[in-house]
Ligand binder design. Structure first.
Ligand code: SF4
Ligand code: SF4
Length: 205
């Protein structure tokens, strides 16, 4: 029947409206902003940059590979790559973005930048009260405004962030084991060089 869906929707609204006087579960709205509904973990609006440790400049995971900039459909990411490298939060020398801007007035929250980032450096935020009367300056976020700690990421997306942390820990453990094996092999080779004749068979007279 034409309009059946509309009638069903209106009936549900009426049920909630009148039912809310006798049943609190039927109250589907809250007095925002004094009251807020908890956000579900999959909530997303605009991207932010994750940093490890306490210093956002040193800890930014972004190595300015610029993949997200290339893949962003409305081209609202702008990155300038550093000419030098500096140690990241784990001490590994890395390139870093000297400029990383996102124009959130253009961003369509598609999350493609997050999907393509090989370093888990960019994630979707849940903050939504970002309205401003400064159309250009207020909505063009720079790297300092975009940088948020891994603790924050764990708070807003605990399941996803825990999986990323576990993957990083596994990667670090593998790298440490490899470095240990290389050091042991090097030490064994050095010991052999210092002991002439080691490994030779002694002839019995
Ligand atoms: S969420 Fe989509 S539109 Fe927004 S910056 Fe990322 S890729 Fe671009
Ligand atoms: S956020 Fe990720 S994809 Fe984008 S430049 Fe940084 S490391 Fe590359």
């Amino acid at each position: 029947m034409i309009g059946e869906g509309i009638l069903k929707g209106l009936a549900e609204t009426a049920r909630n409206f009148f039912g809310s006087y006798v049943n609190k579960d039927r109250l589907t709205t809250v007095q925002f902003p004094e009251e807020r509904l908890p956000q579900i973990e999959a909530t997303r609006d605009f991207p932010f940059l994750v940093y490890d440790g306490t210093d956002w400049q040193q800890g930014l995971r972004c190595v300015s590979c610029q993949i997200c900039e290339k893949e962003c459909p409305p081209k609202c990411i702008y990155i300038e790559k550093s000419k030098d490298k500096k140690p990241d939060a784990t001490g590994k020398p890395q390139s870093y973005p000297t400029t990383f801007n996102i124009d959130i007035s253009v961003c369509m929250s598609c999350q493609i930048c997050v999907e393509v980032c090989p370093f888990d450096a960019i994630k979707m935020d849940v903050a939504f009260e970002l309205s401003t009367d400064d159309r250009f300056g207020g909505l063009l976020l720079n790297r300092e405004q975009l940088a948020k700690s891994n603790e924050y990421y764990n708070k807003i997306h605990p399941t996803e962030a825990a999986a990323v942390d576990a993957a990083f820990a596994e990667e670090r453990a593998k790298a440490e084991a490899k470095a240990r094996q290389a050091a042991e092999a090097k030490a064994a080779a050095a010991a052999q060089t210092l002991t002439p004749g080691a490994g030779e068979t002694t002839r019995v007279q």
